[in-house]
Design a protein around this ligand. Structure first.
Ligand code: GDP
Length: 537
């Protein structure tokens, strides 16, 4: 990696930013663990020929998320906690695939990635339908108005009926599914798909272990009838049924979050992957200007601006540094440029700008709206911070989700007081945990709040191994946080079993063991301010 800015003539005009942004498709895959996200990511990358053979990204052994495994704990559990972005070109487009770290216990981190994308691919296991984590992530996309493309995966294995799956999607998400392809053969007897746009048959062929791109053979309807007989006829009939119920793609309804195009796939065989890429390029939105904190839109052509959506440190032993991932919102980014850090007003040099995907790092010379860049040595940058050049801008703070698990954290070694404070501050600024202060408990024993309890394990592990400040956590018996204010404090204090804590912003949160305790307090003190936070579900 060279620290020097790139030689040559980068076009830094607003026009260049607009033209390049129009080519970008920035999205994430939302799914429940095991639905096939890693397999699909690998297949997408393979399709775009960024890697020669499937397996190069994820490692052959089990193909389980090895790409982002950087912590011992992750390895032991076979999960991935980090997130990064994969960039590749496809047709005339530049695809940015942001990883949503997936494990049973999602963290705020996962949801936050969704603030940096323009579209999402909802990956559904054909046998399991819509699972809990998919629904949680879907709720965040809906809240943010992100258009969603649905992919029904694992059609090569026995699963649900296709029409039933469409009903399930409609009922549980409220989106009208508009299949672009329709399966020929029931789940487990995957013959291929009927392409509803041109009525052709795309035949499914297996490749050994999905190691190479399966040739997608395209046949006419007449050829399909001759070869597939009844199975094809049934698919045609079902497709007609869909047509009769108005399940047709409409670009405006898709972008407006009313409908979701659906594709049927077998990621492990790379089938349907090309169709997904085509759908993203043809239908998914390119980046547009982003509203600032006052609601005024920062146009793509304006000078450079970006926001930090993720901060990560201690990625691996060889790179003990802190990375801040930014999503570019306007203008042209050039490595070496000096930008202003909105929160402090200080300059920040972007000498070391990288693209990071798992362990792979490459330096980035130029980037445009929609792109993700990892900034190295970014110890001053926190999640939600804005960076800009020339004309100042502040993007809205990222949503913090309603935490559902709480614990008091204490240093196990009083001599490590300094390390303890530093570590807790770091975890807070990375958004690994929300750090809350309780007047009752004092500054030495902050309350950690998380969306998923596994974040406690991450925090404990990092405090010990990264900051050398071993900690003990005492779980608190609360599951519900509500926003409150100073005036309501006496009313809340009179209720047993409720605790009030303070966010770093000064905002007060009342913690309840359950919704019944909240209801009792609301009945007793109807005038107390108790407002819900943005839920992650
Ligand atoms: P993730 O947890 O969502 O990243 O899921 P993985 O990509 O690790 O896939 C989970 C399991 O499902 C693995 O054993 C994959 O090989 C398997 N799998 C993924 N896609 C398909 C598919 O299309 N068909 C079949 N039969 N198996 C699949």
């Amino acid at each position: 990696m060279s620290a020097a800015p790139p030689a040559g003539d980068v076009d830094r005009t607003g026009r260049a930013a607009v033209v390049e942004a129009a080519r970008r498709r920035t999205f994430a895959v939302i799914s429940h663990p095991d639905a096939g996200k890693s397999t699909l990511t690998e297949a997408l990358a393979l399709h775009a020929r960024v890697i020669g053979q499937a397996g190069a990204v994820h490692g052959k052994a089990g193909r389980r998320g090895t790409v982002s495994d950087w912590m011992d704990m992750e390895k032991a559990r076979g999960i991935s906690i980090t997130s990064a972005a994969l960039q590749f070109e496809y047709r005339d487009a530049v695809i940015n695939l942001l990883d949503t770290p997936g494990h049973a216990d999602f963290s705020e981190d996962t949801y936050r990635v969704l603030t940096a994308v323009d579209a999402a691919v909802m990956l559904v296991d054909a046998a399991k339908g819509l699972e809990t984590q998919t629904m949680k992530l879907f709720a965040v996309c809906k809240h943010r108005g992100i258009p969603i493309v649905t992919v029904v995966n694992k059609w090569d294995r026995p699963g649900k009926d296709a029409l039933e799956l469409m009903d399930e999607i409609a009922e549980r998400t409220g989106l009208t599914p508009t299949p672009l392809t329709w399966p020929v053969g029931i789940a487990g007897d995957f013959r291929g798909v009927l392409d509803r746009r041109d009525g052709t048959f795309r035949r499914f062929t297996r490749t050994a272990g999905g190691a190479t791109i399966a040739p997608e053979e395209q046949l006419t309807a007449a050829e399909a009838t001759a070869r597939q007989g009844e199975v094809w006829t049934q698919a045609v009939e079902e497709a007609e049924l869909l047509e009769a119920t108005g399940a047709e793609h409409d670009q405006e309804s898709f972008l407006g979050g009313v409908t979701t195009p659906v594709l049927f796939a077998s990621a492990v065989s790379n089938f349907g992957v090309g169709a997904l890429l085509d759908t993203l390029v043809d239908l998914a939105p390119a980046p547009t200007g982003r509203p600032d904190a006052d609601g005024a839109v920062r146009d793509l052509a304006e000078p450079f601006s970006a926001f930090v959506f993720k901060v990560q440190s201690g990625m691996d032993a060889a790179h003990r540094d802190r990375l801040a991932y930014i999503r570019i919102c306007s203008g042209v980014f050039e490595r070496g440029m000096v930008v202003t850090h909105g929160r402090t007003g200080r300059p920040f040099a972007t000498k070391y700008a990288q693209q990071v995907f798992g362990r792979e790092r490459e330096s980035v010379d130029v980037a445009y709206p929609g792109d993700v860049v990892g900034l190295v040595n970014a110890s001053a940058l926190g999640v939600g911070d804005t960076l800009f050049t020339e004309r100042p801008v502040a993007f809205p703070l990222l949503t913090t989700f309603a935490p559902e698990h709480f614990a008091v954290v204490r240093s196990r070694d009083t001599a490590k007081h300094k390390q303890f404070r530093k570590g807790i501050e770091q975890l807070d600024s990375e958004g690994v945990v929300q750090v809350l202060r309780s007047d009752r408990r004092g500054d030495g024993s902050p309350v950690l709040a998380v969306v998923g309890p596994m974040q406690f394990e991450v925090a404990t592990h990092r405090m010990e191994h990264e900051f050398h400040a071993p900690v003990a956590l005492d779980r608190l018996p609360y599951n519900l946080a509500m926003r409150t204010d100073e005036e309501s404090l006496p009313m809340i204090a009179s209720s047993g079993g409720v605790e009030v804590v303070r966010r770093p912003s000064g905002e007060l949160l009342a913690l309840f063991p359950d919704k019944w305790a909240l209801r009792i307090l609301q009945q007793r003190h109807p005038r107390a301010t108790l407002e819900p936070l943005v839920a992650a579900q």
